[in-house]
Design a protein around this ligand. Structure first.
Ligand code: SF4
Length: 331
């Protein structure tokens, strides 16, 4: 974040309010304009309503601007312009919810409150393999509990910032850098190939559509197969290395790079050949699957593919596979 390390509660508050429902690239210019025109809370509190609304123009959600002015004037009048230094008092201010209160409390005053934004949801969901939807009250409550349990109490400000940065730069929504991630060895999503599936949103569940890509890794004519867990369809059967996606990746070249190089750490020089089959659809009672087979010929066995069995082609058919794979092997 551009304002990383900021300790002034006024500026942290300003940036958080401006960036709600706004992309960083767009919001950053507004933040700079506000800081330039109103460098302190006293100047903002004194400003005319129309002048502040004019500066806000284009950001939308004008209620945020109204609350911003109200709270600036309230802090000047009630607290002589000094931001309250407890989470509870911050939360009581108009326009400040649990997330913003935790951000100001921890970044400005190093108080032990976890900041749970979209990045944090994603990191915890993947690292612990939590499949509770993040857009339900049950999910939000649970993720907040997990965040509280993980919080570094004495260094909450730095910890919160680091976790959000980690989510924004390593455990990214698309193409997370698993191959260089320090958490890879203990990450549940990585171990169970659910990186592209987590975190889950309720909307996705209701669609019940799933996209499966089976990566057929071939090293010296030995093929990697893995046994499925018992908690999903095809319990206990075998499969090729599975990557699940919420929808079909649009750019195949980019997608292969993301999975093979960024997630699995396979060097380009170790990839002899890759090819992708046409998608096939399979309907199950409650699910609609779209399945592709991606053949990958390797020059060496990558460390990230140590889980499972490397089986010669002739022996493949001795293992029980789901019908989609059996059909593919018959071709
Ligand atoms: Fe995120 Fe990948 Fe690291 Fe797991 S291994 S925490 S999914 S970047």
């Amino acid at each position: 974040m551009p304002w990383k390390g900021e300790l002034d509660p006024y500026k942290i508050w300003l940036s958080e309010i401006i960036l709600q429902q706004t992309r960083v690239e767009q919001g950053w210019a507004y933040y700079e304009k506000f800081v330039k025109n109103y460098p302190t809370i006293f100047q903002l509190a004194k400003a005319k309503d129309e002048e502040v609304f004019k500066l806000w123009e284009g950001l939308g959600y004008y209620n945020r601007c109204r609350n911003l002015l109200h709270t600036a004037r309230f802090i000047v009048k009630q607290y002589k312009g000094v931001f309250p230094q407890t989470y509870e008092a911050l939360l009581a201010l108009k326009g400040i919810g649990p997330y913003t209160a935790a951000a100001i409390a921890s970044f400005a005053f190093n108080l032990p409150h976890a900041v749970v934004d979209g990045n944090v949801f994603r990191v915890f969901s993947r690292y612990y393999g939590i499949s509770l939807p993040i857009d339900t009250s049950e999910g939000v409550k649970y993720f907040n509990q997990v965040a509280d349990e993980n919080l570094a109490i004495k260094t909450a400000g730095i910890y919160n910032q680091a976790l959000m940065d980690f989510g924004a730069t390593v455990c990214k929504p698309l193409a997370p850098l698993c191959s260089v991630c320090v958490l890879q060895k203990t990450c549940v999503a990585f171990a169970t190939n659910q990186i592209n599936l987590l975190p889950i949103k309720l909307k996705q569940i209701q669609k019940k559509k799933r996209q499966f890509d089976f990566f057929i890794f071939n090293f010296n004519e030995y093929y990697l197969i893995q046994k499925r867990g018992v908690e999903d369809i095809w319990a206990g059967l075998y499969q090729f290395y599975l990557v699940q996606n919420a929808s079909m990746p649009k750019d195949n070249a980019l997608y292969l790079k993301q999975v093979l190089q960024q997630q699995l750490g396979i060097a380009k020089k170790d990839l002899v050949q890759t090819s992708i089959s046409k998608p096939v659809n399979q309907l199950l009672t409650h699910q609609q699957l779209t399945i592709r087979f991606i053949q990958v010929v390797l020059k060496s066995k990558p460390a990230a593919l140590s889980k499972g069995l490397w089986v010669p082609k002739a022996k493949l058919r001795t293992y029980p596979f789901p019908k989609a794979i059996v059909d593919f092997l018959k071709q």
